[in-house]
Design a protein around this ligand. Structure first.
Ligand code: ATP
Length: 498
């Protein structure tokens, strides 16, 4: 993870926000390469989700919406995380990410240990338990620890659980609900009547505009409304780089189906669609898995939620949530606004409120996943037999920030640079290409490897001296080289960049 974050900074993918002022926790800037990568992720999704389908249309709703939207959706009352304060250190924790265990020796509890959620929470608790036993010089067999979330701690247990910050008990507060919506005021008055929220999800835009879309387009059930845009959550513990931040971007789609439709089948079809889409942008199966939310943990209106999980360097975590939400949202907005959110069903001649399947994913989480999956450090041997390290980002050509680098072999040979420039200008009408004439060719290849550029094209003496106008095409992953014509190069790009 450290090398990834450092490469991201060094090559201009991601910078901490407002870095010259020390940064702002949970906020990030995307640099020149990052912004291209992010845009490509969004564009691929939009093309596949909206433009290449007959049944899905797009939307861009405002970030600040009427505050009643968030009352009706349940966010004002319930969009909370359980917050725990450490009164001694002033640190704050999410109670569902803080774990504790009783330390039990020969059947009696001699104290408690705590640890923050990690890949190895149970192991850390066990080690801490052994240390506590030694410190207290208690004899006997230590039982295996039974980790519990801090949310499950009883009133008697809370004062006995040590704070992860100080290692001492007595300073942790009972968990309380902390609303994650950012508040602001709209207009010149700063009072309760002007309070508004930065949206914590894009989804409500689709519900609130549902009737507008249904009435102004020719959509028929089943149909979807998709949106890409920024969302904001005042996360208690933003962490793991851009995985959990306070300002992030979502790509969400609400797929409206008939109330009598087979929602479970539709749900499964969307999960498969999302998995295939992730493969199409280069995420390997070895890193993808599914997590089905247990029935008892679902919100009352939810029929089922499956998360597509990704193996990040810090553990397996949610990438994409696909939820079957029934007709909860439309019904809530119909009740709160007094405006029916239904459609006329030609079949039964009755009004129906559609149900919804919602695939919701974060652009930044995909960004981090492709960075993590693509990152490799390799030993390579050059022509002279010297072994050196190369860092490479194996991005799929679909999302790579630069598709091809055009490299004239020599900078000061006009015949080479003229041909290279001409090719570069022609390619850049359709593709993100880079022209690089600085330094030895090997150095330039390495530079492009680090940027994740799938192909380098070198204009060399053979190009200008031999018939056929061919270039050297060097492939990033295999490092194989072959000769290629301009027509073949365009055909290659058309096949892989779609
Ligand atoms: P988590 O449990 O990780 O907080 P969530 O279940 O609250 O996520 P949803 O409300 O389902 O997430 O949001 C949909 C998607 O938005 C998530 O799958 C994730 O990709 C993305 N997302 C949510 N919160 C954040 C965040 N703080 N930073 C970056 N992406 C996020």
């Amino acid at each position: 993870m450290e090398s990834l974050v450092s490469l991201a900074k060094r090559r201009g993918f991601v910078y901490p926000s407002s870095e010259i002022y020390g940064g702002l926790n949970g906020f990030f800037d995307y640099g020149p390469l990052g912004v291209e990568l992010k845009r490509n992720i969004r564009d691929c999704w939009w093309r596949d989700m909206v433009q290449r389908r007959d049944d899905i249309v797009g939307l861009e709703s405002s970030i600040i919406m009427h505050p009643k939207v968030w009352e009706a959706s349940g966010h004002v009352a319930g969009f909370t995380d359980p917050l725990v304060d450490c009164k001694a250190s002033k640190q704050r924790y999410r109670a569902d990410q803080l774990f504790f265990a009783a330390v039990v020796v020969e059947g009696s509890t001699i104290g408690y240990v705590s640890a923050l959620e990690s890949e190895n929470t149970a192991g850390e608790l066990q080690t801490a338990a052994e240390q506590l036993k030694r410190k207290k010089a208690v004899q006997g067999t230590l039982a295996a620890v039974q980790p519990k979330e801090f949310t499950e701690a009883t009133a008697e247990e809370i004062p006995l659980i040590p704070s992860p910050a100080t290692g001492e008990p007595g300073s942790l507060t009972p968990p309380r609900a902390f609303n994650m919506m950012f508040e602001t005021n709209v207009g010149a008055m700063r009072d309760a009547s002007s309070v508004a929220y930065l949206r914590p999800e894009t989804a409500q835009g689709m519900f609130v505009d549902f009737k507008n879309v249904a009435d102004t387009t020719r959509v028929k059930l089943p149909f979807g409304i998709a949106q890409i845009g920024k969302s904001f959550r005042n996360e208690i513990t933003p962490r793991n780089f851009i995985f959990r931040s306070r300002e992030f971007e979502q790509m969400e789609m609400e797929y409206f189906i008939h109330e009598d439709a087979d929602w479970a089948q539709c749900h499964e079809e969307w999960i498969v669609w999302c998995e295939n889409w992730l493969r199409s942008i280069g995420l390997p199966d070895s890193h993808l898995s599914r997590y089905t939310h247990p029935k008892e943990k679902l919100a009352f209106y939810s029929r089922g939620t499956v998360d597509i999980m990704f193996k990040y360097p810090f553990g397996v975590q949610e990438l994409w949530g696909i939820a079957a939400r029934g007709n909860y949202d439309l019904t809530q907005h119909a009740n709160a606004s007094g405006k029916p959110q239904d459609l006329f069903d030609e079949g039964t001649k009755k009004k129906i409120v559609p149900h919804v399947i919602e695939p919701a994913v974060g652009v930044d989480r995909i960004f981090l996943a492709v960075l993590a999956a693509g990152y490799a450090e390799e030993d390579v041997t050059d022509d002279k037999g010297n072994v050196e390290k190369r860092t490479v980002l194996r991005f799929s050509p679909r999302i790579a920030p630069v598709k091809v680098a055009i490299l004239p072999l020599l900078k000061n040979k006009e015949q080479l640079t003229n041909r290279a420039r001409a090719l570069y200008l022609k390619l850049r009408r359709n593709y993100a290409v880079q022209y690089d004439d600085g330094g030895a060719i090997g150095k330039r290849y390495r530079r492009q490897d680090e940027a994740g550029t799938p192909w380098c094209v070198t204009i060399d003496f053979e190009t200008i001296e031999k018939p056929g106008d061919t270039f050297t095409l060097r492939e990033r992953d295999s490092m194989q080289q072959k000769r290629i014509t301009e027509t073949e190069l365009f055909a290659l790009l058309a096949e892989y960049v779609y």
